[in-house]
Design a binder for this molecule. Structure first.
Ligand code: ATP
Ligand code: MG
Length: 230
């Protein structure tokens, strides 16, 4: 299953409630073409992260169907779904271990060379080489060795190495300086090439670069179109 995944995503009347009372998603109909970059925007609590959660099957829809390339994701084995869909979270997940191990997470078979190539491709190589032990520097789960921007680049390297067809990105809201912003934007472009991407977008630059912008409000899609159209 999902061998020749192209990465089309379809939501058909998708509803979801976390508590069985209030609906976080209210009948979402949505088609995302393979290779497209879609930005989800909307107020806090509008349902952006919920859409991301459902595609990753952290939760199952309460009603309706989500399909990847015409197959309901409910019918897919979880590990095969996880191979095709990667998520980069707002609070980038770093575990205690070396930089190398952190990037390799999700592709345990990757060689040191492959890890370094992924880091280079997203521009993380520079800051990693400046660390005390380079790729073998130990980082802590909540350690402050890395800045927000560096953590983001590290998570991009990890995602690039995992090479999923579909990428879900919950963009960090933390403020970063202009130079880091430029580096991240460049890295993001590399990472998104040839994939379907859904980005919970907070940065204007990300929104502008997306093919489609979807505006959510109280679990409904209220607007949809390109940056020029909206
Ligand atoms: P933000 O911009 O603040 O991240 P969001 O658009 O991502 O907001 P969601 O996290 O999708 O919003 O939340 C949609 C609704 O579901 C909100 O009303 C929220 O309170 C509720 N919700 C989200 N996560 C949970 C949870 N784990 N348990 C219960 N309710 C939740
Ligand atoms: Mg959210």
């Amino acid at each position: 299953e999902l061998e020749d995944v192209r990465g089309n995503i379809t939501f058909k009347k998708v509803e979801f409630s976390y508590d069985g009372k209030r609906k976080a998603l209210n009948g979402i109909d949505l088609t995302i073409n393979a290779g497209a970059t879609v930005a989800l925007v909307g107020h806090t609590g509008s349902g952006k992260s919920t859409i991301a959660n459902l595609i990753c099957r952290f939760y199952d829809a309460t009603a309706g169907t989500i399909e990847i390339d015409d197959i309901p994701i409910k019918d897919l084995k979880l590990d095969s779904l996880r191979q095709k869909v990667s998520i980069v979270l707002q609070d980038t997940f770093i575990f205690s271990g070396t930089i190398m191990e952190n990037i390799r997470f999700g592709r345990p078979d990757a060689t040191d060379d492959e890890v370094e190539h992924a880091a280079e491709a997203v521009g993380a190589h520079l800051f990693i080489n400046k660390l005390k032990d380079g790729y073998h520097t130990e980082v802590e789960e909540r350690g402050n060795v890395l800045s927000v921007g560096e953590r983001q680049l590290l998570s991009f390297a990890r995602a690039l190495l995992a090479d999923p067809r579909i990428l879900i990105l919950d963009e960090a809201t933390a403020s970063i300086d202009t130079e880091t912003e430029v580096n991240i934007q460049k890295a993001l472009k590399t990472l998104l090439a040839g994939r379907t991407a859904i980005i919970v977008a907070h940065r204007l630059s990300t929104i502008r670069e997306s093919d489609t912008i979807i505006v959510l409000d109280h679990g409904n899609i209220v607007e949809q179109g390109s940056h020029d159209e909206l």
